[in-house]
Design a protein. Structure first.
Length: 243
């Protein structure tokens, strides 16, 4: 995939995330590590400071280096975007795409004492044993220490739920990270709605979850197809995301 396509995919992810209500003001960030491909220097694509996600376009994304310097694009990189995302990209090579936000349902789980995603719905099985939990809130990620602490808390898990904060989802590409993000928020929504009933959750036991989870966690055509469908819809309704 060339650099232009990478820009278009990340812009599309931001646009659709705004449509789904995952954004907090002009905060939060999605990033994508790009390789040297003859069209741009190696670096990290990230949405620029001050833009609403619904405004994201392929050309508005910034390419920054490992020190937070803008290599390509007009604008600046917000400090927390640099410290959180650069630390994860450096320390977790498999995290080519990093999506950090504060969507309501998965964030709400980490606003409860000992909050955990429970296997109360089949969508939860997608995340069985794949989530790291950061129970040690460190405040605003405005320095390397907090960025490093967050990256270390993620460890070798692709997903992290962060107490008093939000969530971080990583993946090898935009399509897979977005698919996980979508179903994580969906699973959390089911759990929150079920708990709101006041009745106990009906949780799948660990032995059954271990047996059934691999099928739900398999990456297949549905994963990439989901994001391809989103891009088709954006092409019809918001084609300027490609600009």
């Amino acid at each position: 995939m060339n650099h232009r396509q990478q820009r278009e995919e990340l812009a599309a992810a931001l646009r659709w995330a705004a449509h789904l209500g995952w954004q907090s003001g002009i905060c939060n960030h999605f990033s994508l590590a790009v390789d040297e491909d003859g069209t741009a220097p190696e670096g990290i694509l990230v949405n620029r400071q001050g833009d609403h996600w619904s405004e994201a376009t392929a050309s508005s994304l910034l390419l920054m280096d490992g020190d937070g310097q803008v290599l390509d694009g007009d604008g600046s990189v917000e400090a927390t975007a640099f410290f959180i995302h650069s630390a994860i990209h450096k320390r977790v090579p498999s995290a080519r795409c990093v999506m950090h936000a504060h969507p309501p349902y998965s964030t709400a789980i980490m606003c409860t004492q000992g909050g955990r995603l429970q296997n109360c719905h089949q969508d939860c099985l997608r995340f069985h044993r794949r989530i790291a939990y950061d129970d040690d809130f460190g405040g605003v990620a405005s320095d390397e220490d907090e960025g490093g602490r967050i990256a270390n808390a993620l460890g070798n898990h692709p997903i992290m739920l962060m107490a008093h904060h939000g969530i971080t989802v990583t993946g090898p590409d935009v399509a897979q990270a977005f698919d996980d993000f979508y179903y994580l928020e969906t699973a959390a929504r089911y759990q929150n709605l079920a708990q709101a009933s006041g009745l106990p959750l009906k949780v799948i036991d660990d032995a059954d979850a271990d047996r059934m989870a691999p099928e739900f966690q398999a990456v297949d055509a549905q994963t990439s197809g989901h994001f391809t469908a989103i891009m088709r819809k954006l092409e019809r309704e918001q084609p300027d995301y490609r600009n």
